[in-house]
Design a protein around this ligand. Structure first.
Ligand code: FPP
Length: 251
């Protein structure tokens, strides 16, 4: 059984929810059934994150590249997102969860954009956890847009090029104001970032599980946190400089 250190709970956990299609295929079902089951895993993960006291949870729910999927699958994903937002408002209010979203949100269908904006507004004063949905999200595009806005600021004279540093750059990303992810979890075994939080993940710890997203349950989440807590995060320094603890990887 995992032992938890409350003082080492990650401030920001970001999850690449992968494997819905494979989960369904393995059961002889259409891919969309995997997405439907995936919503149940989303609910359980949000509940567990809140229970553990994780301040920020980001879920990669729809990438820019996902628009290229068959139109029926895209429609199903948009419907699931709409239904999820409609059905979870009470739970978000009851559990003090504030909703946020990152990505090219104006590409979403009107009704999804509308319920998203309403939910963000209604939950904005909740203080215990931020649930951040990455929707129509692509990290390279996010970085390019930030660079463009900074360049425009320089041309207008509102930004002095000498003042461009990492903090200023971060403040132009969709994730402005959020801490960088301490832990990035990816389901389904793939070892790649898939255009997710490229700038923000410079010092993130990674946890990859072979389980497909619909099977990612509370036990799996707790195991990911347990593994994270055993890591020694040095941020480029030596082990001695940061206190010299021995970890699962050695001393
Ligand atoms: C990846 O599996 C998953 C997605 C592209 C969508 C994730 C969406 C959900 C979990 C449901 C809706 C989300 C919310 C927040 C309500 P995949 O289809 O790429 O799986 P595969 O790699 O096995 O084909």
């Amino acid at each position: 059984m995992a032992i938890f250190h409350p003082e080492k709970i990650p401030t920001h956990v970001a999850i690449i929810m992968d494997g819905n299609g494979r989960w369904a295929k393995r059961r002889g079902m259409p891919r969309v059934m995997g997405h439907r089951q995936g919503v149940k895993a989303v609910r359980s993960t949000v509940r567990t994150a809140r229970e553990l006291g994780i301040p920020v949870l980001t879920l990669y729910a729809f990438s820019q590249e996902n628009w290229k999927r068959p139109v029926d699958e895209v429609n199903t994903l948009m419907n699931l997102l709409y239904d999820y937002l409609k059905s979870e408002l009470d739970e978000m209010l009851g559990n003090q969860i504030s909703l946020r979203a990152i990505g090219e949100l104006d590409r979403l269908p009107d009704r999804v954009r509308q319920v998203l904006a309403e939910t963000i507004e209604k939950t904005s004063s909740n203080k215990k956890m931020i649930l951040n949905l990455a929707l129509s999200y692509g990290s390279r595009q996010e970085i390019v847009v930030a660079a463009r806005k900074i360049a425009e600021g320089c041309l207008k004279g509102t930004i002095d090029p000498k003042n461009i540093n990492q903090e200023l750059f971060s403040s132009f990303l969709y994730t402005a104001g959020l801490p960088d992810p301490d832990l990035i979890i990816r389901t389904s075994g793939e070892m790649r970032l898939s255009n997710f939080l490229l700038f923000q993940s410079a010092y993130s710890e990674f946890y990859i599980t072979p389980s497909h997203w619909p099977d990612f349950d509370r036990k799996e989440f707790l195991e990911a946190i347990h593994q994270f807590q055993k890591r020694e995060r040095r941020f480029g320094q030596t082990s001695e400089q940061i206190g010299g603890q021995c970890t699962a990887r050695g001393c």
